[in-house]
Unconditional design. Sequence first.
Lengths: 551, 35
Amino acid sequence: MDASKETWGSRTGLILAMAGNAVGLGNFLRFPVQAVQNGGGAFIIPYLICFLLMGIPLLFTEWSIGRFGGKLGNHSTPYILDSMSKKSIWKYIGVFGIFTNIAVVAYYTYIESWTFIYVLHTVFGTFNGMGKEEVSLFFDNYVNLTGSDLGIRYLPAIVYLLVLGVNVYILSTGLGGIEKVAKIGMPLLILFGCVLAYQGWTMGADFASREFPDANAWDGINFLWTPQYSSLADPKVWLAAAGQIFFTLSVGMGSIQCYASYVKENEDIALNSVTAGFTNEFVEVLLGSAIVIPIAAGFLGLDWVIENAGFGMAFQTMPYLFQQWGVVFGAVAGVCWFGLLFFAGITSSLAMGTPWMGFMQDEFGWGKVKGAVSFGLIALIMGLPTVLFYRYGYFDEYDYWGGTVSLVIFALLETILFAWVFGIDKGWQELNRGADIRIPNIYKWIMKYVTPTLLLLVLIGAMFTPAGNDWAAAVSGLLDGQGYALESSSLISKLSHADLKAQLLVNPEKADLIEKKMRYSSLARTQLILLFLGITLIVWYSHKKRKTALS
Amino acid sequence: MNTSALILSIATQGLILVVTAYCFYLVLKKPEADK
């Protein structure tokens, strides 16, 4: 089917695909951890304010940009952005909208492959009888390629290939296939989430053990929801809330614009975008807050949770905890947990394939199969090193530069394009054409001034994170002439591997591993730069081709 | 569960649930693109 004529089969399918794009692993893993680390219940207040001031306006912006581009036959950001301004630079800024998706899908499908293999391990009872440390070690061995592989060398790479292949197959069926996966995956994800959230809300202190006699799920729930109002004055909390809203909605990637480019010219985008955004919030706040933290607190106690809260809990702790519910319900809970993570992952990774496919179809007439297979091959070339060199930080490097920094930069630039270059009046008209709801006029002002300012603050916050994340002390120190000490995890410090150098000072006995990490992270950055340049070259060539066709 | 946590939890989750449900109600009322 010609890309310019292809469209979504149903409105609910579109909303579920968009919500599926937004709902990802971060909803269940990142959100509760951020809440725990940023004042518990108080975090939700800046979080909701940022959702209204940054999340919703960004959704409006990206849906509008996408539908506008689709009307002109463009289905990926290089030419969508190009059609909004006379300056040719925008088509090269649009490269971010393809680059980010490939960079992220490369390692994201690897996480998907973990969830897939963990569903199988749960069904076959691999974790039965294992202790907490054993379960944690099982994961370490798997990702470090040092075991947990059923005797099959490079099993993680094989499972990764399999999951990537599933993604490619679904992508090759076009929007229809993506819609089908969203219509099946999203309800299942919510069902699995509800089963686990019910457990989180009702387990109380029933599973306190001799090792953890004070364990109580209610402590986790209380901690998550008790407001500590003093933290509202802390800029760190606001930056964390803005960052969480930003990443949870999958904005700044180019995939929303691509999906929206297949929406019909006069079809609503205002209500659709709000519905997709709130569906994501439903999954994140109602389900995400009721699973990991309460369940872990119910078995291990709140102190353990506060000390160990992090991404690793999903694979290193949860399988052990589920066992404590007995063989049958433990297996059910495990399948629910890894199943929901798998669906959260695949509905997002499918969205990442469409910008490349849309671009190649628009510019070079590539069909769905050719587009999907080529996408899979590039993702494989980019992703295989993340599998093979996970322990040397290849994965983390992609996640930071491809999945974090470039998103914020692209979102900031596209909001400037939409509100200032294209013009907020034209943009507002585009957003409201065919709208099924009346958007309050204040949003016109928010989209022009507030959202770009917030994005700029998030970017500056990431670039110049002060030592200890203590903004008040850093600013007063600067004013007193004592200089400004950067946190080793700040963007500026990361550029020079300051984070790894700091590790080297603390752990000189690990010098060999840390030096290897520096080398591999430089290699990962080179690969990302080459990918960006490669896509830029293809965009340049397609532009030349367009000009030749016109003359 | 302490009172302030209970109030914040019910208010936030209730608000999100109601808005999400209302949005879907509006969408399903006018599913013109549905085949």
